[in-house]
Design a protein around this ligand. Sequence first.
Ligand SMILES: *Cc1c(COP(=O)(O)O)cnc(C)c1O
Length: 365
Amino acid sequence: MSSEEKALLVLTVDLEAVVSNWRLLRERLSEKANCAAVVKADAYGLGASKVVPALVRAGCGTFFVATLDEGIAVRKVAPRAEIFVLSGPVPGSAGAFVQAHLRPVLNSVEQTELWRGHARTLGHALECALHVDTGMNRLGLSAQDLLRPGVLDSIQPILGMTHLACAEVIDSPMNAEQRARFTDAFKPLALPRLSMAASSGIFLGEEYHFDLVRPGAALYGINPCPGQPNPLRPTVRLQARLLQIRDVDTPMTVGYGATHSVRTKGRIATAAAGYADGYFRSLGNHGYGVIKGVNVPAVGRVSMDLITFDISALPADAVKPGDMIDLIGPDHDVDALSAEAGTIGYEILTQLSRRAFRQYVGAAS
Ligand SMILES: *Cc1c(COP(=O)(O)O)cnc(C)c1O
């Protein structure tokens, strides 16, 4: 028996779908813009060591990660790619950036000073990106910081960037305001490239594309335009094995805290996944799984390793122990599950189980 046949939980990542999503986004871009890929948090939980080489083969040349360690890991699988590290340097880390040919995104005057200090010890200017805050108030230099005398000495900014706060709200006035602050801030510098849009920003139109876009979520199939049909392909399927099926009747209850009371005679299937697998506890009495095309509700609380589903809607002989239930699948995507959990697809993907049996399909995996 292969591991997949034995596994209690199977996570299937479709690399072909990731690549096709990247191509679809690239095709939407204005002519001069390039499409990078954001692969922070291990490619949003999908596995950067598999996702990055697939995207490199498709022609993606620029990657963004959050941390130095992530950058070093991506460098190992993408020897020639351009890699930006969004968090920038901290004291003592500049040498490691240079060694792995990573470009820090400088987010503060302190970080420009750190990078300049290291450039001076090496005796040559060092490449980097400059992040200007235009409304997130999270990270970034201010437009005034950029005008300080000497702030750019010994550093060689090759990219100017900012981040949109409300890009998924197409008519939010924040979008145009941030765009205006962004172009104003970088006008005096005339940098070779500018970058503003992440996944949702791409769909705001060409005037948001500038020279480089930075999609993450959309690559992995999360809908960048909530409320509209999702143009992207789903990339993950999470299937849990059914360990037991039991007949229940009133006045029984299900699970910890007896939060679900059985109202009519029916059947409960117990699946081998739980909150330790990223199936959020908030999905208890709220989530759905799919067996043989039928949506079945999660009833009772989610345990660490087990979920109980009411499968009474299926014919008695349709489901047996050992069958699999889709927690995330073709009929129940990441966005659907995240809505049921009261969160966003980003959080579902980045919490995906580390103990699932993982298989990669498509794109010469
Ligand atoms: C995470 C991140 C992105 C990617 O955002 P998505 O919404 O996942 O496309 C782009 N830019 C910055 C600065 C980020 O932090």
